[in-house]
Write a new protein. Structure first.
Length: 369
């Protein structure tokens, strides 16, 4: 969103989100001229949004492919571009069974920028036109690299000393906090000054997560209630939106959530950009290509089950050299794969140059698709 004005000067940006939290974050960040909740996928609701906004183009992220949206955009000859396109391992079998109706929808897409050859193949099998699909890479790699020199200041903001080791749990799901609690209790015996920042994937779980740790006697606080006494806290629970990417910068070690339970994992690139060593579990299916790169570059620690969590973190806390090696490899990896932003902007510019009579053309669904 921030890159659009330089490429398309004077063109207003309307951003829609599917959650209230997402809308609040977008408004706070100021990344668009107008921010609204996305319309429900019903013909009347979509038509009203189109009538009010009269968009020159529509950009859909990853797999936000709603049928009535696509039909309405095609009918109005509005170019539709998918950026960072992906179809997950779990979703593809279901989509493939529905490929007949999906084919008539996906073939209306003006351009589809996908993360990898695997996702290109899936879009094509589901009916996207070959001339519309391009492998543009993963936009997550194009986030700006932060300045590691900001770490001392960040620690001060959140109440941690420069000497305290800090373990950050990023975007955890139910079941993972209990495993982290056992690991934390074990680790504190060797590192009494170890601090923990727990960031549940859904902030409405923050009070529940706080109770998990406080019930074991750990001094625990919510981020929204942080005060000058925060340095006395053992566990800080993040109950705010939009801070996790920055909090990774104060970490000594990061565990990436959604990976010890079957949730497909969360984005390991956010802590990697800070040059922080990353630990994740076996369930990183939603980031398969990224995880393959981490493995190839020896840029993370992968554990098989919750029982390996304490040992993995302990190994990193014991060795500053290993932390530095993993952190440097992770940051170099995050930097080496950049370029998707420019490729996706080019795709959008290309879509805007297509004559209106060629927008939204759909092929008839067929049994062999």
């Amino acid at each position: 969103m921030r890159a659009l004005p330089a490429r398309f000067p004077g063109v207003p940006r309307l951003l829609t989100t599917t959650t209230v939290h997402g809308k609040e974050l977008a408004l706070r960040l100021g990344v668009a001229d107008v921010v609204r909740l996305a319309p429900i996928d019903r013909p009347g609701a979509v038509r009203r949004v189109i009538g009010r906004g009269r968009p020159r183009a529509v950009v859909l992220v990853e797999t936000e492919l709603w049928p009535h949206w696509l039909r309405a955009f095609a009918a109005e000859k509005i170019p539709v571009v998918v950026v960072n396109g992906r179809i997950s391992d779990g979703a593809f079998p279901l989509y493939y069974r529905l490929r007949r109706p999906l084919s008539s929808l996906l073939s209306t897409l003006t351009r589809v920028g996908v993360q990898s050859p695997t996702h290109a193949s899936r879009f094509l099998q589901l009916g996207a036109r070959p001339e519309a699909v391009a492998i543009t890479g993963n936009l997550k790699f194009d986030l700006p690299l932060p300045d590691p020199g900001r770490r001392p200041a960040l620690r001060k903001v959140y109440g941690f000393s420069d000497e305290d080791p800090v373990w950050v749990l990023g975007s955890t799901h139910p079941g993972e906090e209990a495993a982290a609690l056992e690991a934390f209790a074990e680790l504190r015996r060797e590192w009494p000054s170890l601090r923990l920042v727990a960031a549940p994937r859904h902030v409405e779980r923050a009070a529940e997560v706080r109770t998990i740790f406080s019930a074991r006697g750990f001094r625990t606080a919510l981020r929204s209630q942080l005060s000058s006494s925060a340095g006395l806290v053992d566990v800080l629970v993040l109950d705010t939106v939009g801070e996790l990417a920055e909090i990774y910068g104060l970490a000594t070690v990061v565990f990436v959530g959604g990976s010890l339970v079957r949730r497909g994992g969360q984005n390991p690139l956010e802590p990697a950009r800070w040059g922080v060593p990353v630990v994740f579990g076996p369930h990183m299916e939603n980031f398969r290509e990224i995880v393959s790169l981490f493995r190839e570059n020896r840029a993370a620690v992968e554990i098989k089950d919750p029982g390996g969590l304490a040992d993995a973190v302990a190994g990193l806390l014991r060795s500053a050299d290993r932390r530095a090696s993993l952190g440097q490899a992770a940051r170099a990896l995050a930097d080496s794969q950049r370029g998707a932003l420019e490729a996706n902007l080019n795709l959008l510019q290309e879509a805007l140059s297509i004559p209106p009579d060629q927008i939204g053309r759909s092929k008839r669904p067929c049994g062999g698709c």
